[in-house]
Write a new protein. Structure first.
Length: 312
């Protein structure tokens, strides 16, 4: 039993309804087997099941280490009984595994010090807000497109389901999108351009890796505080490792801010995926083809999606 699909099915059989998957079906989330020992508040995504390589249960909390270790032994024993054999370990895979282990140790330290990070790097929405936020919605849209993309960059905009040959019109050069001002736009955009002629929002169809977006969706149950803590994540990511370069901030019109960052290379990008969820960042939003909120559009709750700041 070596195929990803078969392995995924076996893990689903073991955990049942307690297991949910991320958008790429490579990471699952379960209640931690040692959650009674947690000294900090539980989050839905704190305890994870990693599917790649040797399936592994990992929890953001330290206090449940013994229970998680036992759960891993039970998981792998059950999979071996069904015929699972781990793939051969190449030097590249070993290096990636070591890097991920280091990243997850950093994530645990960060999770233990969330309040310190949110206070030390506090960057409230009103502090982020610049004069661009006072522009008319159409001008905010223009500011984002002209500030981050060239006129020939082929961009996707629309609803998340609008991808594939029947939605070719959702893919167009930025110059075409600028000509469509006044028509219905968005409410989503992908942060990276696509190769000419493509009409499918898949990573292999990107023309290049240019940006990724960080959103804090699990920083605080209070919407206003959650937005402010998103700002703290952005400031932390630009001021400490990995010292990302922030290009724009969008208020999503609900409880979160979206930070547009320049793509930092594969190694640091993986660091962000592994570590920043410890502060409440959503790993799914960091996907390079993930639809994110487009400024200048009113979302379904009646709130404006607003461009708060853009680099000059």
């Amino acid at each position: 039993m070596t195929s990803t699909t078969t392995l995924k099915t076996a893990i689903e059989d073991l955990f049942g309804d307690a297991l949910t998957w991320d958008d790429k079906d490579t990471t699952g989330y379960i209640p931690c087997p040692g959650r009674e020992k947690h000294s900090h508040k539980d989050g839905h995504k704190d305890c994870r099941v990693y599917l790649s390589g040797v399936p592994t249960i990992w929890c953001l909390h330290n206090s449940c280490e013994a229970e998680v270790k036992e759960a891993n032994e039970n998981l792998r024993g059950a999979l071996r009984a069904q015929g699972f054999e781990p793939p051969p370990m190449t030097a590249e895979k070993r290096d990636r595994q070591t890097s991920k282990a280091n990243n997850l140790r950093t994530a645990r330290r960060l999770a233990d010090n969330r309040d310190f990070v949110f206070n030390r790097f506090r960057w409230d929405r009103e502090e982020i807000r610049s004069e661009v936020a006072d522009l008319a919605p159409s001008r905010q849209f223009v500011s984002l497109i002209t500030g981050l993309f060239g006129e020939d960059d082929r961009l996707w905009m629309g609803q998340p389901f609008e991808t594939g040959d029947e939605f070719k019109s959702s893919f167009a050069p930025s110059s075409v999108w600028l000509d469509r001002i006044g028509c219905h736009l968005g409410p989503f955009i992908c942060p990276n351009p696509f190769a000419p002629g493509t009409a499918d929002r898949r990573a292999e169809n990107l023309s290049d890796k240019r940006y990724f977006v960080i959103e804090g969706d699990d920083c605080s149950p209070d919407k206003d505080e959650n937005r402010d803590r998103c700002g703290a994540i952005f400031k932390y990511a630009t001021g400490v490792k990995p010292k990302l370069k922030l290009r724009a901030v969008v208020d999503a019109g609900n409880k979160s801010l979206h930070g547009w960052f320049e793509y930092p290379g594969d190694e640091i990008y993986r660091w962000c995926l592994d570590v920043l969820p410890a502060l409440g960042a959503d790993a799914a939003t960091m996907r390079l083809t993930q639809p994110v909120r487009l400024p200048g559009v009113t979302r379904d709750n009646g709130n404006q999606q607003t461009l708060l700041w853009i680099s000059k």
